[in-house]
Design a protein around this ligand. Structure first.
Ligand SMILES: Cc1cc2nc3c(=O)[nH]c(=O)nc-3n(C[C@H](O)[C@H](O)[C@H](O)COP(=O)(O)O)c2cc1C
Length: 327
């Protein structure tokens, strides 16, 4: 089990653990990410503006919002009173027609989540033994996943060695290894955990169809905020058709708007759904996303953006300067 991801109660497990994060710790990428998101401001463009449509089209399918579920894992093991939070948030995705994501879950557990019927992207760990990856891809295919992928940023553990998760060893991800996985499945393949042009270009070379610009809630100390990386990655991949997803710190519709305006195709809320999920199950998640959807629509409305295709980064300001200039 990812040890930083399993503790839902008890003492604070460290900078990579679950909310809240009380300490000001400079290595903690989550703190830098929060600060960066909060310091991006938005100019108003109200004349000719109106209500916005926040609907998303992804891999040829329609969804109600560009705000998606996170690629969580292990929550059923810590769910109290027989609760199954992994299934519950999939149910919220199904009820609201959102893209669902699932992280490291054994096939048996994954099947239960897939049974809910939400359109799901399965993210598989970079296991050193690629036969496990292939088996899990096969189950994703068989259960009708929307896409499949790998959190390529979970190779190194806290001691600088290949990580071991739930007793399974992780291993290096090479461009060739990635290409073999991409070629092995008809499903779109996603690489989760890209923060550099270098990795983004390698993903494109390998035939990856989408990347999640993410630091996996701070796996790497001092990781840059995803939104800092997004503009230059978008530029480097221009014309490739690569889908750009963002997560980390996306906790309001305003955060989502900033990522979408900067060029993300869609975003995942992360630990922001946990309080509602753990307290009320799927309805708690639905309330959270509904509020985020409204916040997203507010900023789209105030900036004259009628749909996701009209998002414009020139509305964003950072420290008194426009983040992206209009040509
Ligand atoms: C309980 C928990 C389990 C997670 N499991 C996985 C996983 O198995 N695979 C993965 O790629 N990311 C996993 N993540 C990371 C999330 O997908 C996401 O990248 C991260 O939570 C985003 O940051 P945020 O929580 O600050 O929004 C997990 C996160 C949490 C909180």
């Amino acid at each position: 089990m990812e040890k930083q991801e399993m503790t839902l109660t008890g003492p604070w497990p460290g900078p990579k653990g679950l909310i809240p994060e009380p300490e000001i710790n400079p290595e903690n990428a989550n703190l830098h990410t929060r600060k960066y998101l909060d310091e991006i401001l938005v100019e108003e463009r109200i004349i000719d503006a109106g209500e916005a449509d926040i609907g998303l089209t992804l891999f040829g399918e329609s969804f109600s919002s560009a705000i998606m579920m996170p690629a969580f894992s292990h929550l059923d093991k810590v769910g109290e009173n027989g609760r199954t939070p992994m299934v519950e948030y999939a149910q919220a995705a199904k009820n609201m027609s959102l893209v669902n994501w699932v992280g490291m879950e054994p096939d048996e557990e994954y099947r239960k989540i897939a049974d809910v019927g939400a359109r799901t992207i399965r993210i598989i760990k970079p296991f050193a033994d690629h036969s496990i990856v292939q088996e899990q891809i096969a189950v994703a295919e068989e259960t009708g996943a929307l896409a499949v992928g790998m959190d390529i940023d979970h190779v190194i553990g806290d001691n600088g060695k290949y990580d071991v998760v739930d007793g399974i060893l992780m291993g290096t991800i090479s461009v060739d290894g990635l290409r073999k996985l991409v070629d092995s499945t008809p499903l779109p393949f996603i690489a989760k955990g890209v923060l550099s042009i270098s990795d983004a270009i390698k993903c494109r070379e390998a035939g990856v169809k989408g990347i999640v610009i993410s630091h996996h809630h701070g796996r790497m100390p001092f990781a840059i905020p995803p939104l800092m990386a997004l503009p230059e990655i978008k530029k480097a991949l221009a014309g490739s058709g690569m889908k750009l997803f963002v997560d980390c710190g996306i906790n309001t519709g305003y955060d989502a708007y900033k990522a979408l305006a900067l060029g993300a195709d869609a975003v995942s809320v992360g630990r922001g759904i946990l309080p509602g999920l753990l307290k009320k199950g799927s309805s708690g998640v639905e309330e959270k996303v509904q509020k985020m959807n409204e916040e997203l629509a507010v900023l789209m409305g105030y900036t004259g953006v009628r749909n996701l295709g009209e998002m414009d980064p020139t509305v964003l300001w950072y420290h008194g300067k426009r983040m992206v200039s209009s040509n």
